[in-house]
Design a protein around this ligand. Structure first.
Ligand SMILES: [Zn+2]
Length: 298
């Protein structure tokens, strides 16, 4: 153990770094010989596997999207999970290809929300064994929230209004349902507008909607703490240009939009919208089950 702690890294001086004042770097502990099991290494104990569809915002045969259980500081935080108990590296080709499609689709859906500038996508996997990919919406105009520390800011900022949060969830769920699967998030009000009237993100003047004047609510420490601690994103927020392909769709997504994205991956499996409809044969689950048995682990 060194006698003096190491010098502060340069990122503590970045404008996006959330903390101020005197800081010390923690001493690095010795590595453990054997790492403890993550939550759900055994599928029988896996919370994701046991959670009913009703706990999710949107579900399909092979994918499910959930939110945290309450609003947090960012306009939207969503988690994409495979329905099968698999980790990222376990995905068979078909699910791996679909993960790409689902990632792009969900990114578009979240970015279409009013006041969202960017969607950060993170997969850590240090806390839970079951694949879960984070989608964190960075509010428009909040340059200080760009990049690496967004997941920390999510816990620092006061939570957004619950009504706004629920409306955002319903909009994203409806967007996803436009491609198949089933939306489960309910809109908060009876006068909720149909997805045909989705506001384009570019139409939004800028500032974050929803209050920034409420008390901070704690999130699931198991998930969030892990997400925060494991953050290693080297991208600290260069202001990227928004290309035409990034423009948020102004209308409900058309299914044709999606067709052909990954069809070359495996033409035997239709990865267009039908692939996530309830009618599609659940080939991936079978494939995944076989793979899991082969691997002999969770
Ligand atoms: Zn699981």
């Amino acid at each position: 153990m060194p006698e003096t702690p190491p010098a502060l890294p340069s990122f503590t001086a970045w404008p996006t770094f959330p903390f101020d004042g005197e800081l010390n770097v923690k001493y690095l502990e010795e590595p453990v010989e054997v790492e403890p099991p993550r939550h759900g290494e055994n599928p029988a104990d896996c919370r994701a596997c046991q959670a009913p569809d009703e706990a999710y915002v949107w579900v399909s045969d092979r994918w499910r999207v959930r939110s945290l259980d309450r609003p947090t500081g960012l306009p939207m935080v969503l988690i994409l999970e495979s329905r099968s108990h698999l980790d990222l590296g376990d995905l068979p080709n078909m699910l791996a290809a679909e993960l790409g499609v689902m990632t792009v689709r969900l990114e578009r859906a979240v970015r279409s929300l009013s006041g969202v500038a960017r969607v950060h996508i993170n997969r850590w996997g240090d806390g839970s064994a079951h694949l879960h990919v984070w989608f964190l919406a960075r509010p428009y105009g909040r340059l200080q929230l760009r990049g690496t520390f967004l997941s920390l800011w999510d816990e620092i900022l006061p939570p957004i209004e619950e009504a706004q949060w629920r409306e955002n969830l319903a909009l994203v769920a409806a967007w996803l349902e436009g491609f198949g699967g089933r939306a489960l998030a309910e809109p908060p009000r009876i006068d909720w507008q149909a997805p045909a009237q989705f506001p384009a993100a570019s139409d939004d003047g800028g500032a974050v909607e929803g209050g920034l004047d409420h008390a901070v609510a704690a999130k699931d420490p198991a998930e969030e703490g892990m997400a925060g601690e494991a953050a290693k994103d080297a991208d600290h927020g260069s202001p990227a240009q928004s290309g035409t392909e990034e423009a948020a769709p102004a209308e409900r997504p058309s299914n044709s939009d999606d067709a052909g994205l990954v069809q070359t991956e495996d033409s035997a499996h239709n990865l267009g919208p039908a692939a996530v409809s309830a009618d599609a044969p659940d080939v991936a689950s079978v494939e995944a089950g076989a793979l899991r048995q082969e691997a002999g682990s969770g």
